[in-house]
Design a protein around this ligand. Structure first.
Ligand code: SF4
Length: 63
């Protein structure tokens, strides 16, 4: 089942960790806030790694 990923852009500090860990799913936008890629692979195992690694817990997974 496809997961829903929610990124809180108010909280995101644009550190790029999620992109470094999982560029299959995440990108930084022009304002250095994380976004899902248009073709994001939400089933990739790195998605959870990125969620866990975000220093400000800006990314949530809704199953
Ligand atoms: S790891 Fe968190 S704070 Fe860093 S860019 Fe990604 S969502 Fe933003």
């Amino acid at each position: 089942m496809a997961k829903k990923i929610i990124i809180n852009k108010e909280v995101c500090i644009g550190c790029g960790t999620c992109v470094a860990l999982c560029d299959k799913a995440f990108k930084l936008n022009d304002e250095f806030k994380a976004e899902l890629k248009d073709d994001a692979d939400l089933e990739a195992s790195c998605v959870k790694e990125a969620v866990d690694a975000c220093p400000v817990e800006a990314i949530k997974i809704e199953e």
